[in-house]
Every structure is written in C-alpha cells, then in structure tokens.
Design a binder for this molecule. Structure first.
Ligand code: G4P
Length: 524
C-alpha cells in the first residue's frame, strides 16, 4: 500500500562545480526516470557570469522539472529537490532545505570542503537534517581520502563514517571497498552504470583481490583499511539520524562509479518524512488530515498564461486531486483541481500525494511563500526563512507608457521571493530590494522577455528596510505623518520603513518607541 513511509525527500548541497548536476542525472538514471545521460539540463548557469547565466536560463527554458524530481528506487519513492548553486539565489536554497528530510553533500576530492558547502551545512544544522556525503571526481587526482575525512570532520564539525573507501585515485583508481558489505567494487571507466556490469569481489581477504590488484597492492590496501577502521567512526544509524554523523562514500559521478552503493544505503537509512512544527503544535505525517506548506513560488512557468506555481510540501494526511484546502494565512478555502507532480522530465497531474511529496499548485498570486494549507484547522508551519533585502535599486523605464506593465512585472516576479518590491508613499518610484546583485539583472532580463518592458535599475538612497507595525493606532498615525518620505508599501500591502542609513534607522527606533520595527515580515 502506498503511504508516506516509503517516501524519501532530500536535496543535494554542494559548492558549484562539485558535481551536483551530474549526480542528479545519475540518480535519475538509476531510478529509471530518464533513459539516457545528458537529459538533465545543466544548471551550470549557477556558476557563470550574468550574461551567460541569462542566455543559458533562456535556452533551458524556465523549467520546473528540475526543481522537483520524483523517481522510484527499490521499494522507495524518492523526491529530489533541486537547489540553485549561485550564492545570489541562496534564499531559495535555504527555503528548499526546510522542505526536505535529509541532504546529500557532494564534495570535489581535489577541492575539499568549500565555502558554499559550509554555509549550506550550517542551514542543515539548524534543523538537524541528516546528511550523506559523496566525495566526487575520484577519477582525478585529489587530496588523500584520510585528509578529506579530517577536513569534513574539522571544518563541518560532524563525525564521518566511511561506508566505501577508494583503492587509489586518478589514473590509479581501481575501485572501492564497501565496509558494511565487505565487498570490493572494481572500477572500469564508463562501465559502471549497473552493479552487474562492474566486477564485484566478495571479502577483503579474497584471493581474487590479489589477482585483481596484484599481491603487493592488495596487501597495502588491506593494511590501509585496517588503519582506516581504527581511525574513523563506525556507522551508527541513530547518530546519523541525529545529524551528528555522516556516512561517507567515494566515487566518480560522471563515470557512474560509487553512486549505486550510495543510493542503496540512502534508501535503507535516510529518514522517512518527519514531523513539522507549527505555531501551536507538532504535525506528524500519520495524521489523517492533509496539511502542507509552500516553500517556493515560480512565476510565468508558462509565460502565455502568466501562471504561477506554488510548491507545497505535504506534511500530513493524503492529498487528493480536487481537494479543498484552506490557506490559513488568508483564511480562504481553495479548491485544488489540477495539482502537479514532477516526474523527472514531465509534469503530470497528481492523483494522490503523501507526506514528503511536493505538489505544484497553479495560482494567480493568491499564494505566498510560507503559506500553510490545512483541511480547516488553524495551523501555521514555522521555520520557513524570509530574508531582509540588502540592496536597493529604483526601476527606471525606458518607455514611460509601460508603467502599468512594469508595476505588474515587479509585483509578480517578487512573489517568487528572491526580490521585494516597494512603492514609496509620496513618490512614484518603484523600488526593488534584493539580496544578491545578480537578481537585478535577472529581473531586468525577465521584465523584457516576459512582460515586454525595458527597465534599468539605478542606485537609490536606501540602505536598509524594516517593516513597521504598532498596537497603538494613534502612535502609528503620528509616525506615518512625520515619516512619509521614508515609508513605502510592499507587495503584500505592509508598511515598510526605508532607511537611508543605519543611524537614521536607530534614531527612528529611539524616537518612536511605540512602533515595532521588524527585520523580516515573519514577525509581523
Ligand atoms: P554542479 O552542478 O555542482 O555545478 O557540477 P556539474 O555536475 O555541472 O559538474 C561540474 C563539472 O565537473 C562538469 O564539467 C562535470 O562534467 C564535471 N564532473 C562531474 N562529476 C565528475 C567526475 O566524477 N569526474 C570528473 N573528472 N569530472 C566530473 P564541465 O567541464 O564544467 O562541464 P562538461 O563540459 O563536462 O559538461
């Protein structure tokens, strides 16, 4: 019987170039979701200059299929959530990590632990997300395996339990030893798509190993394994689930080598869908009523229809097509007749979805990131981060007649959560706030292609934005009257104070003690 128990929902975290795209493709191949290599469009977009990024993004199409991929493997149904690698899109990644139950960290064996990996690991730690580790590109020379393990342990502060261990690397790569199965998988470049295609030797002590490696190398390797066993941690399932220990695998994603042992262990040990916290109580997946939260919005997936798709993680119950759910943020009931599910290359209409699954809901701006859905109960899922913009620019139109279209474009694109849109109370400026500078180029590009509006973004005298609220209507009125020049309305109709400097902000906070200044809208 289908149930949430066989779901495994995870994301890959890595520094750009470590091999996330390649790994994704191999996992889909093993899961039978794609038939040929090369089908997953590279998201290498992530690590290129803006101009390249845009050209590629266009070529790729704004494709949802790479945001969520579902595929079966053995007795499990796996949901792999994609995360953009570029640092300017990190909010999107952080929010996606709230929708998974575990993560796979991919590390380049020559580079070791890199900066983005450290950041993403910190995010995983906030929710004690269990982590698998894959050390990639073993077909090239890299750091010594023991050095890599040390680096992960010391820099990321997590214990490592090697599950596989390489026999040589680069040109000398001969295979890996599997500690738990006591078997050796021999490496043959390009021939490791399925286990049966690669030769397997049972038992480290087998004479076959001497024959395959030569007795000298085999003896050296046996000594090495003894040393590693003495110096490293043993795999402990509970410690892994508690986020304190990571099982480590070595391999070469591009050669399909070492990926299958990883996937086999993943479906065996990765956690099933976990409970989720709300403001009032913890929701467990086995509850009968359907609940979920939205962690991502993608606008204009089909530019002709100006639709937006909200990605919702199911947290409890069973979602069925045509179901009515209440958006607890707006209090409105919504019939969901055509939710999408994401199976590798295609989007399909979903009949049923279980906790751990992600469904896509078409809407026209009625759903926001962070919204919770239930069958009526007033629940708000917590922990979906919202970000305060750090950079501000004023949109300037090249064609003044396009003001309406510009407003609409800025409003709709900001619903995706990467930028925020502000309308000052006393001027006609349109101000965009973002976290990474690349966002402005992306918005300008999308305005032109999706809304047919040419706009520039120019510097503006805003340093920081704080949302304002007050229990005291009179105090709020007075505050508004005296600070009109610094106040704006955001895309959701909330009042925001746009401060030209930190000093200005501090003064305002001191001068108006009855006004509450919020760094993000989460606490409004
Ligand atoms: P990313 O999504 O994490 O950014 O990484 P991606 O998979 O795009 O891989 C980055 C580069 O590393 C790619 O090369 C890819 O082919 C290569 N790569 C991935 N896995 C391995 C591996 O196991 N061994 C070796 N030697 N290389 C690997 P590229 O030159 O940037 O692109 P391409 O021209 O090969 O597509």
């Amino acid at each position: 019987m289908e149930s949430f128990k066989n779901r495994r929902t995870f994301a890959i975290i890595s520094h750009p170039d470590a091999g996330k795209t390649t790994m994704t493709e191999k996992l889909l191949l093993f899961g039978g979701a794609i038939q040929v290599a090369g089908a997953v469009k590279s998201r290498k977009t992530d690590k290129h200059a803006t101009s390249d990024w845009m050209a590629m993004e266009q070529e790729r199409g704004i494709s949802v299929t790479s945001s969520v991929m579902q595929f079966p493997y053995k007795e499990r149904v796996i949901n792999l959530l994609d995360t953009p690698g570029h640092a300017d899109f990190s909010e999107d990644t952080y929010r996606t990590l709230t929708a998974v139950d575990s993560a796979l960290m991919v590390i380049d064996c020559a580079k070791g632990v890199e900066e983005r990996t450290i950041k993403l690991m910190e995010v995983c730690r906030l929710r004690t997300t269990p982590i698998f580790t894959f050390i990639n590109k073993l077909d090239r020379e890299g750091k010594e395996p023991i050095e890599l393990i040390d680096e992960v342990e010391n820099v990321l502060n997590i214990q490592c339990a090697p599950i596989t261990w390489p026999i040589g690397m680069g040109k000398r790569l001969k295979g890996v030893y599997h500690f738990l199965n006591d078997e050796i998988l021999l490496y043959e470049s390009g021939k490791n798509y399925e286990k049966q295609q690669a030769r397997t030797i049972q038992g480290l002590d087998s004479a076959e190993l001497d024959e395959a490696l030569g007795s000298e190398l085999a003896a050296e390797f046996r000594d090495e394994i003894e040393l590693v066993q003495g110096a490293s941690h043993e795999f402990d399932h509970q410690e892994y689930l508690a986020g304190k220990l990571t099982p480590v695998f070595f391999g070469s994603a591009i050669n399909n080598f070492g990926v299958e042992p990883l996937l086999d262990a993943f479906v065996k040990f990765a956690p099933e869908p976990q409970p989720r916290e709300t403001l009032s109580r913890v929701v467990v997946p086995g509850e009968p009523n359907c609940t979920g939260f939205v962690f991502k919005i993608q606008a204009n997936m089909d530019p002709k229809h100006r639709d937006r798709v909200a990605f919702m993680r199911i947290c409890s119950g069973v979602f069925e097509q045509g179901m009515k759910l209440t958006n607890t943020h707006t209090g409105k009931e919504l019939k969901i007749p055509s939710a999408l599910t994401f199976i590798a290359e295609s989007r399909e209409s979903v009949d049923k979805a279980f906790p751990g699954d992600i469904i896509g809901i078409h809407n026209h701006g009625t759903i926001s990131i962070g919204d919770s859905f239930t069958e009526g109960e007033d629940l708000t899922f917590t922990g979906i981060p919202s970000f305060a913009p750090e950079l501000f620019r004023r949109a300037r139109l090249k064609d003044p007649l396009k003001l309406k279209a510009l407003q609409k474009g800025l409003e709709q694109l900001s619903e995706e959560g990467a930028t925020q849109f502000f309308r000052p109370l006393i001027s006609n400026d349109l101000i965009l706030g973002a976290i990474g500078v690349l966002q402005f180029d992306v918005v300008a590009h999308r305005l032109q292609h999706e809304y047919n509006v040419k706009a520039l973004f120019e510097p503006v005298d805003t340093r920081i934005a704080y949302w304002v609220s007050s229990e005291d209507d009179k105090a709020m009125k007075q505050f508004k009257n005296r600070n009109e020049a610094n106040l704006a309305i955001d895309g959701h109709g909330h009042l925001v104070y746009l401060a030209p400097s930190m000093v200005n902000l501090q003064l305002a906070q001191e001068r108006y003690p009855d006004i509450v200044f919020h760094k993000t809208t989460e606490t409004l």
